[in-house]
Design a protein around this ligand. Structure first.
Ligand SMILES: O=C(O)CCC(=O)C(=O)O
Ligand SMILES: [Fe+2]
Length: 345
């Protein structure tokens, strides 16, 4: 969603960070060089190969990511700075492509190796042609749209894929290249931080399925009850909050949400204000990797300058679904779900 005003540009708190000396990554870099498969030719074999080098990641990364995947943290995010630098950086794409490989595949390898500590890579047939590794960079035609490809407007707080029956548990963002002015700040607000601001009446209202997803605003080729979403006026009804007070689960994107009662409307506005009071974040720099606990935290991005000359900001994005106990070998999960079917929370 977009909030084209100053409200999410105030002071922000810090994110939990891991920032290691380059030598801590030596063993991993050696193991990465031996990986043969191509993430865009044979993703399944790439997932297997990269999982086998996860044990060579720095111990501090393994410990922090494993703990984050198991228990979360109060920030709802974990930032890993200074992952090994890429040897050669291709120009930032300026049009939507489904294949933009970094020359040494190091960004793809580090994403999948860290991802293997969290869970399974997840793709949606209707998002970017089912790509697991998605490029996020400015696109001129999207400059002012409600889109991760916008740049001239703020991208407001949202849960990733909140409109889908199965949103990712964890969203991974890897910064291939930061923007010129380091204006783009990635921001987070965590339920463990902001829920304390809400009254019990508001929390109860958010727990009731009195919200509807405005599926007709989606741009992708989704179906809802077998119909193209463009023509669907009554999307699924849902509760913004599920889970417990100790472990809240959230689906948040006001831009895609219609409150069905005035009570629900008031609760959503109160929630938006609480989200804005508890922001953390920063301008992520090249080589940083951010893990977001997508069911317990919402994220946003401030506006920045785009030039469309190959030097713009470029992120790689991957969705992850947590491992079940005893099922720790990552395997790609491909979803192609009707938006009105398969809802649990
Ligand atoms: O550009 C960013 O920092 C975040 C964009 C975003 O929300 C996303 O790619 O899901
Ligand atoms: Fe997002």
């Amino acid at each position: 969603m977009i909030r084209d005003h100053e409200s999410n540009r105030g002071r922000t708190g810090r994110l939990p960070v891991i920032d290691l000396a380059p030598s801590a990554w030596d063993e991993f870099q050696g193991a990465a060089r031996a990986i043969e498969s191509d993430p865009f030719e044979n993703f399944d074999s790439f997932v297997r190969e990269t999982a086998s080098v996860a044990s060579t990641l720095p111990a501090a990364v393994i410990d922090a990511v494993t703990a984050f995947a198991a228990h979360g943290n109060s920030a709802g995010a974990l930032l890993i700075r200074h992952t090994p630098p890429l040897t050669e950086l291709p120009p930032t794409p300026t049009v939507v492509r489904h294949r933009a490989v970094t020359t040494d595949r190091l960004s793809e390898i580090v994403m999948l190796a860290v991802g293997a500590l969290v869970g399974h890579p997840l793709s949606y047939a209707q998002e970017r042609n089912g790509a697991f590794l998605q490029d996020v960079h400015p696109i001129r035609s999207q400059e002012r749209k409600v889109s991760s490809q916008s740049s001239a407007v703020d991208l407001g707080y949202h849960s990733e894929m909140m409109f889908h029956p199965t949103p990712p548990d964890v969203l991974m963002l890897y910064v291939v290249r930061h923007d010129h002015g380091r204006q783009a700040r990635t921001q987070l607000s965590s339920a463990r931080d902001f829920l304390g601001d809400l009254t019990q009446a508001t929390i109860d209202a958010l727990h009731r399925p009195e919200f509807m997803i405005e599926v007709s605003r989606l741009h992708s080729p989704y179906l809802a009850a077998g119909q193209p979403v463009r023509a669907v006026t009554d999307g699924p009804a849902f509760a913004v909050l599920t889970g417990t007070i100790q472990d809240p689960v959230l689906r948040f994107e006001p831009e895609l949400t219609r409150a069905l009662t005035s009570n629900a409307e008031r609760a959503l506005v109160e929630l938006e204000n609480a989200v804005l009071r508890h922001q953390r974040g920063e301008a992520l720099e090249q080589g940083s990797m951010l893990l977001i606990d997508n069911r317990r935290a919402v994220h946003a991005r401030t506006r920045y300058e785009a030039r469309y000359d190959g030097t713009d900001r470029w992120l790689r994005r991957m969705h992850l679904i947590r491992h079940e106990a005893g099922d720790i070998v990552p395997r790609p999960v491909r979803l192609s779900t009707d938006l009105k079917q398969g809802w649990s929370s």
